[in-house]
Design a protein around this ligand. Sequence first.
Ligand SMILES: Cc1cc2nc3c(=O)[nH]c(=O)nc-3n(C[C@H](O)[C@H](O)[C@H](O)COP(=O)(O)O)c2cc1C
Length: 230
Amino acid sequence: MKILILNGSPKCEKSGTLKMSNAFARGIASVTGGEISVIHAAEKRIEYCSGCFICKKTGECVLEDDMGDILDQIKQSDFVIFGFPLYCHSMPAALKVIVERTMPLTAEKIVKGEDGKYHHAEREGAKKQRFVMICGSGYPGSREDFINTEKTFRRSFPQCDCVVTVEESPLFSIKEAEAFSGPRLSLLEAAGAEYAEHGAVSEATEKALGVPMIPEEIYMKFANGEKTGR
Ligand SMILES: Cc1cc2nc3c(=O)[nH]c(=O)nc-3n(C[C@H](O)[C@H](O)[C@H](O)COP(=O)(O)O)c2cc1C
């Protein structure tokens, strides 16, 4: 089993949301025995999709950059985790450009899904991946932005069968907050294991993940540097 993390944070290895993705991936691996690899979107040279639609006929993109290797890695994976922080109430540009360049993965034909919405059909005979969206946010009370981003992600990738969101994710990058963020990473790991074992994160775990790690007033003291003196 191959588990691929596409990390959308430009902070690459220093990213707090990467800690979330890694924890979830460890949970999947604890059940499937899979091997985890990470691609940092910001380290790759990815051109904008030119909109030529040639890939729909050939299965290959005409642009020559790092996206060819990313597509190969996606195709070889069993689980693909798109992990990212909310940027301007949406996905960071470094990852959005990759999402737009996944056009070669699907066929030319447009079909109506079970949800009544249209999307490009799967390519015949292609290995099926399970796509996961993992997202963190800096502003407290970001639930509505998560919902919008989740909707967009699920519409882009009908093979997405799991979305995990956590508010106050800058806490994952603050040493003084480890007492709160450590247990949340353990919860994310448990969520990954449930997803791999039962096909979905349990209602109880999802509910626990939806509760902010610390009350808003205390979080704002961390966010504004009052707790860390920065
Ligand atoms: C350019 C930029 C835009 C951001 N926009 C939002 C936003 O719209 N909503 C939000 O809740 N947080 C926003 N944030 C905060 C990040 O989501 C937050 O700091 C996150 O934890 C960073 O994760 P990372 O360490 O993985 O990069 C933004 C941060 C940056 C740098």
